[in-house]
Write a protein that binds this ligand. Structure first.
Ligand code: SAM
Length: 269
């Protein structure tokens, strides 16, 4: 760590919990398994805990960091690396398509917790240019994103992410691995874009989000009840789904069928 890095004070509003446990850093790097031809994009490099290893392993590393006080620290540390580029920008507003030329991007980051969910949705909008994603998130968020039907935490977030990606929790990281230590456990999630068994037809991700939000609006109630303003019981049955079921029992493909039905009915109006 440089003298400058020591001077930087972690800011809560940027979600700054810097990794300092070498074993965890190594475990994350091994999980990403970078090869020398790959283009990596790191979101929130901070003081370079992961960057230091990534830059040595890949063909090209772009990092996106919002905190301008960290930029000179990163510049000083990595200016000798000709495969390295810093973008002092907000990842939530960043146009990731400008980075993808021929190769799909591998996205990596110990994400600021306060923006992790909107950021993942921003990235899902660019799924066609993404090879995969490895992120550190709050453990609770990882559990929701990877949840299976029939569980209490399965919901709109699980459906939207799992429609586009295979989502897997890799391992848990305890607060002591960070400085300052957060109050909660974190976990590493791997998101790999998937090919669909059922696809949205003339329907958007926003439609899927809306149908899922409606279906889960009152968790204990049936689809007949929760969807009554958008689909009739007959229209639900046309999707081979019993309107007496509850949202948490439906798999992703069934949500896709309901969304296609909803989009079709609304386009007919
Ligand atoms: N990667 C470093 C590490 O593991 O030690 C830092 C991780 S820290 C949890 C999150 C990092 O994301 C910080 O460096 C913070 O300044 C940066 N950050 C916060 N909001 C951001 C945003 N909207 N866009 C890009 N970077 C952001």
């Amino acid at each position: 760590m440089t003298a400058n890095a020591l001077k930087h004070k972690a800011r809560k509003r940027f979600g700054q919990n810097f990794l300092h446990d070498p074993n965890i850093i190594q475990r994350i790097i091994q999980s990403i398994a970078v090869t020398d031809k790959q283009h990596i994009v790191e979101i929130g490099p901070g003081k370079g805990a992961l960057t230091e290893y990534l830059v040595q392993l890949c063909a090209k590393l772009d990092v996106i960091e919002l905190d301008r006080d960290l930029i000179p620290i990163l510049e000083q540390q990595f200016e000798h690396c000709n495969n390295f580029q810093i973008h002092n920008a907000d990842a939530l507003q960043f146009d990731f398509s400008v980075l993808s030329q021929n190769n799909k991007l591998r996205l990596v980051g110990n994400l600021p917790y306060n923006i992790s969910t909107p950021l993942i949705f921003h990235l899902l909008e660019n799924i066609s240019i993404i090879h995969d994603m490895h992120f550190m998130l709050q453990k609770e968020v990882v559990e929701r994103l990877t949840a299976c039907p029939g569980t209490k935490i399965y919901g709109r977030l699980s459906i939207l992410v799992q429609y586009l990606c295979h989502a897997e929790q890799l391992f848990i990281v305890h607060p002591g691995a960070f400085s300052p230590a957060p109050k909660i456990d974190s976990a590493i999630i791997q998101l790999t874009p998937r090919t669909h068994t059922a696809s949205l037809v003339n329907a958007t991700l926003d439609n899927l989000s809306f149908v899922a939000r409606s279906a889960f609006s009152q968790r204990r109630k049936t689809l007949r009840n929760n969807l009554k303003t958008i689909l009739t019981p007959e229209q639900i049955m046309q999707c081979d789904i019993d309107p007496a079921r509850r949202a948490e029992t439906l798999n992703i493909d069934e949500f896709v069928k309901l969304t296609n039905q909803y989009a079709k009915i609304n386009s007919d109006i």
